[in-house]
Design a protein around this ligand. Sequence first.
Ligand code: ARG
Length: 402
Amino acid sequence: MDFKMEVAGLLAKATELSLEDALNTVEIPGNKAMGDFAFPCFRLAKVFRKAPPMIAQEVAEKLDKPAFIENIQVVGAYINFFVKKGIYAQEILSKVLAEKENYGKSDIGAGKTVVIDYSSPNIAKPFHVGHLRSTVIGNAIYKIYEALGYNCEGVNHLGDWGTQFGKLIVAYHNWGSKEAVENQGIQELMRIYVKFHDEAEKNPALDDEARLWFVKMQEGDEEALTLWKWFYDISIKEFERVYKMLGVKFDAYTGESFYNDKMAPVVEELKAKNILKESEGAMIVDLEHKNMAPCLIIRKDGGTLYATRDITAALYRKKTYNFDKCIILTALDQNLHFAQWFEVIHLMGYDWYKDLIHVPFGLVSLDSGKLSTRHGNVILMEDLLNQAIGETKKIIEEKIHL
Ligand code: ARG
């Protein structure tokens, strides 16, 4: 039974409106206290030549009250309908049971593509609860779009490039060992990464050394890249274990490093379009017209940035998937970052900048403060999941023995 249609039918009979007009006028009130459906009588004033509240009163008196209606109330110029909850629930539940996993599906997205960038953890850092949100919300959005008939492309934009790898290489040379990394994987990488930050506070020369190693990576140095690839493989193996536990999959693992050789033409394009400006030796896009800090594209030392890779990724995704929407999930502390580079895409003259959507979520913090890999203040995802599974099992056991 289509309740809205039924209500429209009653109204059409009582007002001599066509069924279509009645259906178009029936509203679903935002406030449940106003019923499940509401019929505003303003538009009838011309025909009836009376004040809308009076029309509401008269029409309501003429209405038959069918079995599925609990109550009809007139409030001002509105006639509010309350459906009997039991009948409503029965209707919906029997539909769910009959249609099973197809309940709610539609094909409104047929022929359209949505790229969803989610999870996107940082390599060589453990998968922590902060990434759990991005993973599960992104996965839910993916499934909803899929059920609506869209073609979905799930992308894991791994944080797999950047100065942190220079730090990790220095840390490995100073305090790591092959055996320990092989045996303990990402835990050991995290241990030496935290150690690096502790030591660098006392000895800033370590930071310079780390920067040099990152430069080597960028220049294609074999030793640097071999270590990087090793850390990468260890991390991916670990992430996939967690994804398996969660039943989450991706269509592409195109992380930040994927764009290394794709950024130069984008920087050229920015230059050609006259939106790149020099500022204190760096290259930026001015965003003053939007009251935002400038978007940094090239650092003083020539290095590219997170935003440079995101802009390049957006152009790549548009070309590769021709998306109708590109949705990216991160914690809300990155709001400015996304607002900035979305505007850069706009300035480049691409009207699809409107189809870029950042979905932010709240930060996850511990009693001991904000999560920070650098300081070892993290909860490992795998531990958390195992604990949740354990607790749930306990509850199930208890219930079974009741
Ligand atoms: N790696 C980032 C982080 O852990 C998230 C990346 C989100 N995706 C993107 N295209 N920027 O915060």
